[in-house]
Design a protein around this ligand. Structure first.
Ligand code: INI
Length: 155
């Protein structure tokens, strides 16, 4: 049996990050976590492009355009959709998750879902660099793993 797994060592890995400005207190912490992890795993600063969008609803369009350029090995999507703060929650979170999954499958480019969907701002803060880790850091490592995995299974 041959098992394929992606390493966490980046080499010549070009990453686009799409960051929602909405709930930027959380988003900025997720971005810090993602950048720190990318750099510590070998992604150079000039291999990272940051694209800011107004809210999570706009993330799929930007991710789709970026994935279709062919210039990026992975697109990391970051933001926070908080249920308690809005009646919009289901309209924003649902299309976001399905939209991102479709872009990945349609383009063959890993799209990382680093958008927190929580009931409260406290839960989001816990996942943005306090007691429950940093989702931005987690998805950055997952991006590198997926880029390397695809190299090994695309032959
Ligand atoms: N966008 C978010 O990223 N998070 C939210 O919690 C949120 N809420 O609460 O509504 C939100 N709304 C804005 C939305 O993403 C769009 O930017 C807006 O509707 C314009 O299309």
């Amino acid at each position: 049996m041959k098992t394929h797994e992606g390493t966490l060592i980046a080499s010549d890995t070009r990453i686009a990050i799409v960051l929602s400005r909405f709930n930027s207190l959380i988003g900025d912490r997720l971005l810090e976590g993602a950048l720190d992890t990318l750099k510590r795993h070998g992604v150079a600063d000039d291999e990272i492009s940051l694209v800011r969008v107004p809210g999570a609803f706009e993330i799929p369009l930007a991710a789709s355009v970026l994935a279709n350029t062919g210039r990026y090995d992975a697109v990391i999507c970051l933001g926070a959709v908080i249920r308690g703060a809005t009646a919009h929650f289901d309209y924003v979170a649902g299309p976001l998750a399905s939209g991102l999954a479709s872009i990945a499958v349609d383009t063959g480019v890993p799209i990382l879902f680093g958008v927190l969907t929580t009931d409260t701002i406290e839960q989001a803060l816990e996942r943005a660099g306090t007691k429950a880790g940093n989702k931005g850091a987690d998805v950055a490592a997952a991006a590198i793993e997926m880029v390397n995995l695809l190299k090994t299974i695309r032959v």
